[in-house]
Design a protein around this ligand. Structure first.
Ligand SMILES: NC(=O)C1=CN([C@@H]2O[C@H](COP(=O)(O)OP(=O)(O)OC[C@H]3O[C@@H](n4cnc5c(N)ncnc54)[C@H](OP(=O)(O)O)[C@@H]3O)[C@@H](O)[C@H]2O)C=CC1
Ligand SMILES: O=C(O)[C@@H]1CCC=N1
Length: 269
């Protein structure tokens, strides 16, 4: 990988997942810069990862060729407007990972820089991330490649031609890990209700989730076929699946993802 420097503005959950995954993948910490309001958090990150840190966003922006904007959508405008003078006249690739913040917003706040809008997810920390990407026309082929090198170092990347697809990606894979964690929590609670000790219930649930995902990824069969292979006629799985279907799991999932997509769209306004 070419030795350009990468700065993260905002060192919260998603930025630290990305940085942890990038370093585990072999990207040198000396190339990574992180800023945040919280000096203690930064000190911990410097100690853990040996990255450069600063509580001054402008300091990070002045050092880096690629800037990953990783603050919450609600503060993105203020953060970008404050950085605009720092970036003026420089060739910096901006990658925003914020939900719902459009490239038009980012360019209005930062200036006419090449912008990639990305939607990663926290499994990036273990190189099992999934990221949707959208680029404005001014992003060069080399800069697209930089975005893929960074986000692709921690998982799969997918380019989209329409920016609106990023709202759907946010609903599916950006927020998606939380849906599976909720199901894990519910299954652990249910297993405990059924008399298992909590630690064993947790191990059984996590191994089952991991095994199901591995099987679904490696099998030539689609999830519906794999589900049928578990389901003996008149057996235990059928009894459980009947309850899920009767209580409207599919409609619930559909409504939940629509709510996430709508929220992503609303954040742009
Ligand atoms: N978490 C996730 O799974 C995903 C998140 N995202 C996106 O990533 C972005 C960050 O989310 P997430 O990591 O969860 O949020 P966090 O709140 O964990 O991280 C944001 C960090 O930015 C800091 N911050 C706030 N204001 C400033 C500022 N002016 N300058 C520098 N740093 C600042 C926050 O500090 P403080 O806490 O003190 O406010 C916090 O540490 C969001 O835009 C979100 O939409 C995208 C994909 C997945
Ligand atoms: O909840 C959120 O808004 C962010 C975006 C996707 C995951 N977390």
């Amino acid at each position: 990988m070419a030795q350009y420097s990468i700065g993260f503005i905002g060192a919260g959950n998603m930025a630290t997942s990305l940085v942890g995954g990038m370093i585990a993948k072999g990207i040198r910490p000396a190339r990574i810069w992180m800023s945040d309001l919280d000096g203690e958090r930064l000190a911990g990150l410097r100690q853990q990862h040996r990255v450069h840190v600063s509580t001054d966003n402008a300091d990070i922006a002045s050092q880096c060729d690629v800037l990953v904007m990783a603050v919450k959508p609600q503060v993105m405008e203020d953060v970008c407007r404050a950085l605009a003078p720092q970036l003026a006249g420089r060739e910096v690739l901006v990658i925003s990972i914020a939900a719902g913040v459009t490239v038009a917003n980012l360019q209005a706040w930062l200036g006419p820089h090449p912008v990639v809008r990305a939607m990663p997810n926290t499994p990036a920390l273990v190189q099992a991330g999934a990221t949707g990407l959208y680029a404005v026309d001014s992003v060069s082929a080399a800069q697209r490649e930089q975005a893929v090198q960074i986000l692709g170092s921690v998982g799969l990347t997918f380019w989209f031609e329409q920016e609106s697809a990023l709202d759907a990606v946010t609903a599916v894979s950006g927020s998606g890990p939380a849906y599976f964690f909720l199901l894990m929590e519910a299954m652990i609670d249910a297993g405990t209700e059924l008399g298992l000790d909590r630690a064993t219930a947790q191990q059984l649930v996590l191994q089952t989730a991991w095994g199901a995902a591995q099987l679904a990824i490696t099998s030539p069969n689609s999830p519906d076929v794999l589900r049928q292979q578990v389901t003996s006629p008149g057996g235990t799985t059928a009894a459980a699946l009947d309850v899920f279907e009767q209580r409207g799991l599919r409609d619930t999932v559909n409504a939940a993802l629509s709510a996430a997509r709508d929220r992503s769209e609303a954040l742009a306004k």
